[in-house]
Design a protein around this ligand. Structure first.
Ligand SMILES: Cc1ncc(COP(=O)(O)O)c(C=O)c1O
Length: 342
């Protein structure tokens, strides 16, 4: 079985609601910071002090509890390396449907993927995750809130898994937590479990997907183990300049979060009107089941210039499309396109 990551074909034009990107772009303060970079700064290896300091303050953690990464994708890769590189027959538990990079990175470093499906209603399968943990389990990937379902995992469930898997790395991917649900950063669990780490991305709420910037947070010892397998200059100078500027523009961040909330409500209303089943989401997207016609609806929307993600190939996701909720004006375009179709 191949777990190779399949890059999604990127449409040249149209409305991109297929990759959960920030549909507003990034803060103007980031553009300003990039414009002010000099030729000499771009010719030098980047200095990360300001970016680390700003990120540590934003996440309210110490600098030694934080690793900046080239997108959270890199954080996932280095976590897989640390967990699985010395483990013959090492297993990684993935609750599916899930972000494809967990399986891709597990496989890339020689680990064995053990999939545990969500319940049919997409609630969290705690007992089956606990049952899958054994002495070969070296890493457990959780996404909170989940992609593609938008559902949060109860804190109690994560606690039970942490207690049951003390030797394994427990990676809680919080790529979407800016938009809803509860972060573990600052939670007592982070002190209690030295192998619990949290992944964050600045691609979504801060609109830095193209810049590539993410972070992994955990106790200093595990963070330094991850640092040892991370290239010393994995973030480029643009990312290092962008982070402090992005965090400084709290008005942009707050505005975007409120646009996403309003957009989600618009999507719920439109899907209800069209009698399409959907799951309420804690993230910046909504998953909807277009019974018997998911792929066709995705293709028709694409033909009208609105790109959403067909997730019907994912376990339990027959006929499901995932729609990014971003700027309200963009969501209205999706709603109009949908009204023409159904
Ligand atoms: C759950 C999840 N984790 C991680 C990422 C990757 O984030 P980044 O763009 O920072 O690599 C994504 C991107 O879509 C995601 O959905």
């Amino acid at each position: 079985m191949s777990y190779e990551y399949e890059r999604v074909a990127t449409p040249a034009g149209g409305l991109r609601l297929h990759l959960n990107e920030n549909t507003a772009g990034c803060s103007p303060a980031v553009i300003e910071a990039l414009r002010s970079l000099t030729a000499v700064q771009l010719a030098a290896y980047p200095d990360y002090d300001a970016a680390i300091d700003a990120t540590a303050r934003r996440l309210q953690v110490g600098a030694d509890a934080l690793l900046l990464t080239n997108g959270l994708d890199e954080g996932i890769l280095v976590a897989a390396m640390v967990a699985l590189r010395d483990a013959a027959d090492g297993e990684a538990i993935i609750v599916v449907p899930a972000f494809d990079m967990y399986a891709a990175c597990t496989d890339a470093v020689g680990g064995r993927v053990v999939e545990v499906p969500l319940e049919p209603d997409f609630s969290f399968p705690l007992e089956r995750v606990l049952a899958a943990i054994n002495e070969r389990t070296h890493i457990i990937w959780l996404t909170n809130p989940n992609n593609p379902t938008g559902q949060s995992i109860p804190r109690e469930a994560i606690l039970r898994i942490a207690e049951a898997s003390k030797r394994a790395l427990l990676f809680v991917d919080e790529a979407y937590v800016d938009f809803g649900g509860l972060t573990l950063i600052g939670d007592a669990m982070m002190q209690q479990f030295p192998r619990l780490i949290v992944g964050r991305t600045f691609a979504k709420a801060y609109g830095l997907a193209g810049i590539r910037a993410g972070a992994v947070v955990g106790q200093p010892e595990i963070i330094s183990a991850l640092r040892r397998v991370t290239p010393p200059y994995s973030l480029n100078a643009c990312a290092a300049a962008a982070l402090p500027a992005a965090f400084g523009d709290t008005a942009f961040y707050d505005w975007y979060l409120s646009q996403v909330q309003e957009s989600k409500q618009l999507l719920y209303d439109a899907l209800e009107k069209a009698r399409v089943f959907y799951w309420k989401s804690d993230a910046n997207f909504v998953l909807a089941r277009f019974e018997g016609r998911g792929t066709g609806v995705q293709a028709s929307l694409a033909a009208s210039g609105v790109h959403v993600r067909d997730r019907s190939g994912d376990p339990g996701c027959a006929d499901c499309l995932r729609i990014t909720a971003g700027v309200v004006e963009h969501t209205r375009k999706f709603v109009t396109a949908l009204e023409w179709l159904v």
